[in-house]
Design a protein around this ligand. Structure first.
Ligand SMILES: Nc1nc2c(ncn2[C@@H]2O[C@H](COP(=O)(O)OP(=O)(O)OP(=O)(O)O)[C@@H](O)[C@H]2O)c(=O)[nH]1
Ligand SMILES: [Mg+2]
Length: 173
């Protein structure tokens, strides 16, 4: 059982491309529909925080964020908001739904590594497709733990929670 330091909630940031299933993953992790999900890319705009008691991690605050590939002037502002969240994150759940990482994802991954934030790569939509081999290699080369899940069927979600707990020493201490 994990206890958060200083009695604080641990901050978990969900990042990734639009439509990757970030909001769906929050719902699957907590087993409730607390985040808005839709097939329209760009559904989550400003970072949304949700408090939850998540075993085995303890009390957490999820930050659901806008897609890192959001474009245009407004999109750029949303991406900047996502980046700000990183400064507060104890754990990043990086969500990818199959395709090879694009430049937005690679740029964000580099930043996250530079900031040394514990990261679990979550390959979502495994009911539809396997992750691109290049993405798996990226994780292996950079020693990033990963989990394969379907937020839709909840397949792999328990294992992802266990890995998230192990990935974040700060949360598990
Ligand atoms: N088949 C399948 N569909 C999924 C899965 N996870 C999410 N989806 C669908 O993918 C679409 C996008 O899901 P969201 O959770 O809204 O994705 P998001 O990353 O929050 O998207 P934005 O907020 O637009 O950035 C929705 O139509 C979901 O129902 C999954 O594991 N399997
Ligand atoms: Mg969303």
């Amino acid at each position: 059982m994990s206890i958060t330091p200083r009695g604080e909630r641990s901050i978990i940031a969900l990042v990734g491309r639009r439509n990757a299933g970030k909001s769906s993953l929050i719902n699957a992790l907590v087993g409730q529909e607390i985040a808005i999900v839709s097939a329209t890319p760009g559904t989550t705009t400003d970072p949304v925080d949700k408090h939850y008691e998540l075993l085995p991690l303890g009390p957490v605050t999820f930050y659901d964020t806008a897609g890192v590939d959001d474009d245009g002037e407004l999109g750029q502002k949303r991406v900047a908001s996502t980046r700000k969240i990183l400064y507060r994150a104890d754990l990043v759940l990086f969500v990818n739904d199959g395709p090879a990482f694009d430049r937005h994802e690679l740029e964000l991954l580099t930043r996250i590594r530079e900031m040394e934030i514990p990261t679990l790569m979550v390959f979502n939509k495994r009911d539809l497709q396997e992750p691109d081999p290049a993405n798996l290699n990226y994780c292996i080369d950079n020693k990033i733990e990963y989990a394969l899940v379907s937020a839709k069927t909840s397949d792999g979600i328990l294992e992802a929670k266990r890995k998230a707990d192990q990935t974040s020493p700060k949360i598990s201490e």
